[in-house]
Design a protein around this ligand. Structure first.
Ligand code: PMP
Length: 357
């Protein structure tokens, strides 16, 4: 069996043991004589599985009782629409830290006034801005932020304290570190980085926020439809949710989100150390204090050298190191399932490539 060192930005590496377990029980889930994708979403077997998935997630992230957990479809991009469709009455304040917050703000503009509470666009999204309370306009329904900027490689270290609802897109760092849930009213995360296969979004919604939702919107786009129907208003993405359950069990076996966070920090440090000690051979995109533990973005001196670097990486069994087309350069995504061994191999490769060039 060939397995690569997988530095893809998403969809991305999943824990090998989870993939093997899913493979082993694919034809016969828990002695039912059926695959999990062949059974009714209303069956006891499936309902139990989904309920256990929720319970485990609640335990691992210490999600308080007054928050609902829901599973939705349509990816992060549907959330760019849904959060505003439900909760934008007057105006929404956006902290613009990259492509994904920019997109969310543009999608939300269809439903009301949107404005930037803070933005680092003019500085090439190299850092996380400070949020000044005076920048928040009267009658702002919520403040929206992107926790980890997958493309530019920056990440909030601590979230801003605001006295209106805070919404967070945690798609690319969900489950990678503890989350101060009660600082938020709405959190969403597409699964395809740390949690499972593309096709499901996990939502965490404060109960009191639901009272503020618009009433005259389609059922399928209302958060409270998912809450009231325990995410089975229609057929949920059963395979994705099953897979999430397996990943959550794996997280638990690793010692929980706190332990995972520590490991992720050590993994990222291995690569940032190489960048910092390279005398400018590798140039990190993000300012040091805003650096992401999940996505490490860097440039080499010329596009030609970057091309050589990427070609050499492929020869060393490493994939996914090409930067996003909007930023260029290189990017190493070190999600939860990327092993220490893969990170050490990348660090060694980067050092030897520098020596050779
Ligand atoms: N938010 C973030 C932080 C992302 O990285 C992405 C894409 N990877 C999205 C939203 C969009 O997600 P999707 O492709 O599921 O619509």
């Amino acid at each position: 069996m060939k397995r690569v060192h997988n530095f893809n930005a998403g969809p991305s590496a999943m824990p090998l043991s989870v993939l093997q377990e899913v493979q082993a029980e694919f034809l016969d889930y828990a002695g039912t004589g059926m695959s999990v994708i062949e059974m009714s979403h209303r069956s006891d077997s499936y309902q139990t599985l989904q309920a256990e998935t929720e319970t485990l997630l609640r335990d691992l992230l210490h999600i308080p009782k007054d928050y609902h957990i829901v599973f939705m479809q349509g990816g992060g991009s549907m959330q760019f629409v849904m959060h505003a469709l439900n909760f934008l009455h007057c105006r929404g304040g956006y902290i613009n830290t990259g492509v994904w917050s920019d997109k969310a703000m543009k999608a939300a503009a269809a439903f009301g006034e949107v404005y930037e509470v803070a933005s680092t666009k003019a500085e090439g999204f190299t850092h996380i801005p400070r949020v000044l309370p005076q920048a928040i306009k009267a009658q702002t329904d919520y403040i929206y932020l992107t926790s980890n900027n997958t493309i530019h490689g920056t990440q909030w270290q601590t979230y801003p304290q605001v006295d209106i609802p805070l919404f967070g897109d945690l798609s690319s760092d969900f489950l990678s570190r503890p989350i101060p849930i009660s600082q938020f009213d709405l959190i969403f995360a597409g699964a395809q980085k740390n949690i499972g296969p593309a096709g499901v979004v996990v939502g965490i919604i404060k109960d009191t926020l639901l009272d503020k939702a618009k009433r005259d919107i389609p059922d399928m786009l209302r958060y409270d439809t998912y809450v009231k129907h325990h995410s089975v208003y229609n057929t949920p993405p059963v395979f994705c949710i099953y897979f999430i359950y397996k990943v959550l069990q794996w997280v638990q076996q690793q010692g929980g989100v706190e332990k995972i966070a520590q490991r992720n920090k050590e993994k990222a440090d291995m690569i940032y150390e190489v960048i910092d000690q390279s005398n400018g051979f590798y140039r990190g995109h993000a300012d040091i204090q805003s650096r992401s533990v999940m996505n490490i973005t860097f440039h080499l001196a010329t596009p030609e050298l970057e091309k050589m670097f990427l070609q050499a990486s492929l020869q060393n069994n490493m994939i996914g190191l090409k930067g996003h087309r909007l930023l260029g350069g290189c990017r190493a995504s070190l999600y939860n399932a990327v092993t220490e061994e893969s990170c050490a191999s990348l660090a060694t490769f980067m050092k030897s490539f520098q020596q050779a060039h």
